[in-house]
Design a protein around this ligand. Structure first.
Ligand SMILES: C[S@@+](CC[C@H](N)C(=O)[O-])C[C@H]1O[C@@H](n2cnc3c(N)ncnc32)[C@H](O)[C@@H]1O
Length: 286
């Protein structure tokens, strides 16, 4: 990949944290927040999951996998479209949550569950019709390898779909964006640009069939809450300060802004909002 190292000096990044250390950080983060993050992702990402299902033309004949599935954000929705799907994740606690949700919704006959690393998939070459992943690649030290693995395990003409946050090319903006993401979540490795996603997919022999960029407005406090922080935590305060100081020039690309307090709550202070920019990409194996 041709991208430069955009991490600010002094901050761990994809080059300075080993794959082993990063995976330990991932397991720690998504064990600690399995419930609070799981509740958010499953409830709030339904429209995104359904959009991806449409973009990759998920259908009743498909044998599929959701890699780094977390609480089953895609798998629980895709189960309604495909023949069978494997929900695969590194973190046992969050995968257990996905399994419980599947049981509650009567989906256990449509879903299988497996623990493992998305960089090394346990599926045979050309054994699946469809492989998808969402909001995972920025947590993984070698996203190119995940995309190559997705391309390896789908049949010729099979489909690959991904969702993730993206960052702009500007190195200064990337650096501040990374600083904020990393203080909030030490398992955040590196956000990619749209050009990097395109490059990785082409290099894996995947032809992009659709892309959609979407903006997701978030209440800053809730964004921190799902990462396990409360307003009195030093990390919360540091991230908030960085976010507020980037309001004037949007130097972080989070488009932060204050909104007037709810008229129903006289005396309440204005709330800080921000935006996560996400991309959906559908591709076909050539
Ligand atoms: C931000 S969550 C996204 C979960 C879900 N896909 C969603 O969209 O809500 C990231 C997930 O990636 C998983 N993960 C991170 N690194 C991984 C790896 N190398 N292999 C498999 N799963 C991984 C984490 O355990 C976590 O469940």
């Amino acid at each position: 990949m041709s991208a430069t190292d955009d991490s600010p000096k002094g901050l761990p990044n994809h080059a300075s944290v080993s794959d082993h250390e990063l995976k330990a950080l991932v397991r720690e983060r998504f064990t600690k927040t399995a419930e609070v993050f799981g509740d958010y992702a499953v409830a709030e990402r339904v429209a995104e999951a359904e959009l991806l299902a449409r973009l990759v033309a998920a259908g009743p004949g498909d044998v599929a996998a959701d890699l780094a599935c977390g609480p089953g954000t895609l798998a629980l929705r895709f189960a309604k479209h495909v023949r069978w799907m494997c929900a695969y994740d590194l973190t046992p606690a969050i995968l257990q949550r996905a399994r419980q949700s599947a049981a509650q919704h009567g989906l256990l006959d449509k879903l299988g569950f497996a623990i493992g690393d998305a960089q090394t998939l346990p599926f045979a070459e050309r054994s699946l019709d469809l492989a998808v992943t969402s909001y995972s690649l920025h947590h993984i030290s070698d996203p190119a390898r995940v995309i190559r693995e997705m391309a390896r395990v789908v049949k010729r003409g099979g489909r690959v779909g991904l969702i993730d946050i993206i960052v702009p090319e500007d190195p200064k903006v990337r650096a501040l964006n990374h600083r904020i993401e990393w203080i909030r979540d030490h398992s955040h490795c590196r956000s990619l640009t749209l050009a990097e996603f395109r490059e990785l997919m082409a290099a894996a022999g995947l032809r992009i069939t659709a892309t959609q960029t979407r903006e997701h407005p978030r209440l800053f406090d809730h964004w921190m809450h799902v990462a396990g922080w409360k307003p009195s935590d030093p990390e919360y305060i540091e991230v908030r300060d960085l976010m507020v100081s980037s309001i004037a020039d949007d130097g972080s690309n989070f488009h932060p802004r204050f909104e007037p307090a709810d008229v129903c709550q006289p005396g309440a202070s204005p709330a800080l909002y921000m935006i996560n920019t996400g991309i959906q990409i559908a591709a076909e194996k050539m």
